[in-house]
Design a protein around this ligand. Structure first.
Ligand SMILES: NC(=O)c1ccc[n+]([C@@H]2O[C@H](COP(=O)([O-])OP(=O)(O)OC[C@H]3O[C@@H](n4cnc5c(N)ncnc54)[C@H](OP(=O)(O)O)[C@@H]3O)[C@@H](O)[C@H]2O)c1
Length: 275
């Protein structure tokens, strides 16, 4: 890491925390500056033995030791977890608060933790669990550039990071990148079904679909060409790919994606009202 290490505490030792902490340590972050709490001991024992981080079953212990607190519990537990932290940890306003929970707005955390907190919201996605995540980030105006650089590096350990201007944009990013893996799986499964319908067994169909998805994603990342241009480059006029693409375009794939993203944004906004 190029930013100075700070004491960082993760509240909740679930899948996401394990991936982020693993990514940080792999990128050279000193494990003795990482603290993790969780009610049940098994996940803590695993983290302690594999990464040698500090662990506790008491959120207060890790929160007090930290300069940065990452809230990594399920959204429905957030109000209770924050209420306890507010009661137990005296100097929350001096710490950078980061949350990875979906849906809960910064304004709500101010109600939970106090008006004087400084806060970053991160929306990671599931491929973070394999180090290929796409995390969206948004900060309130009290967060410094140094805070942002620190958190960017932490989440770069599980993939790529993208800062957005406000929480409305984070909802859109959630509808594209957060929900996106499901869209891609749906599309991949439909191609797999198409191949099996024509006689391939499921395993072979799956192999050709997933390797093609990986190859296409890597080509897109490696290339500076527009995605549309890349598509044209593998579509010879009058060839077989052109015939397949005609079918997708006739079904108006742009309109389908537009509707899907709008529906997911709307749901993100509805869910934010539940908290
Ligand atoms: N996984 C994803 O792809 C993803 C993507 C975007 C955002 N997120 C968000 O990231 C957060 C964590 O997700 P996750 O997938 O890591 O969930 P998870 O695997 O269920 O982990 C949540 C952890 O919180 C612990 N916990 C429960 N009550 C607690 C308390 N009072 N204090 C401290 N820890 C407590 C749980 O412990 P026990 O198991 O011992 O009860 C569990 O280990 C969620 O808010 C989720 O919405 C996840």
């Amino acid at each position: 890491m190029t930013t100075s290490p700070r004491n960082i505490a993760f509240i909740g030792a679930g899948n996401m925390t394990q991936s982020i902490v693993g990514g940080m340590v792999k990128s050279g972050y000193p494990s003795d500056k990482i603290y993790v709490s969780n009610p049940s001991p098994e996940k803590l024992e695993k983290l302690k033995s594999s990464l040698n981080v500090h662990t506790s079953q008491d959120n207060q212990v890790v929160a007090e030791a930290a300069d940065v607190i990452v809230l990594s519990v399920k959204p429905q537990l957030m109000a209770d977890v924050c209420a306890a932290l507010k009661k137990q940890v005296s100097n929350l306003s001096e710490k950078l608060i980061v949350t990875i929970a979906a849906g809960i707005r910064i304004e709500k955390y101010r109600q939970y933790l106090g008006d004087d907190i400084r806060m970053i919201r991160v929306m990671p996605n599931t491929p973070s669990l394999v180090g290929k995540g796409m995390s969206g980030l948004v900060a309130d105006d009290r967060v410094s550039e140094a805070d942002k650089a620190f958190i960017t590096e932490a989440f770069d350990g599980v993939g790529a990071t993208l800062w957005v201007a406000d929480e409305d944009q984070l909802d859109i990013l959630g509808a594209v990148a957060g929900s996106g893996p499901a869209y891609f799986f749906e599309f991949m499964a439909s191609l797999q079904k198409a191949a099996t319908a024509l006689g391939f067994d499921r395993d072979k169909a799956r192999q050709m679909v997933q390797q093609t998805a990986l190859g296409a994603a890597e080509m897109a990342i490696a290339s500076e060409l527009e995605l549309e241009e890349l598509r044209k480059q593998v579509t010879s006029k009058g060839g077989s790919t052109a015939k397949g693409i005609e079918v997708y375009q006739a079904a108006d794939i742009d309109d389908i994606s537009g509707q899907a993203v709008k529906a997911a944004v709307q749901r993100n906004q509805e869910m934010a009202k539940l908290f």
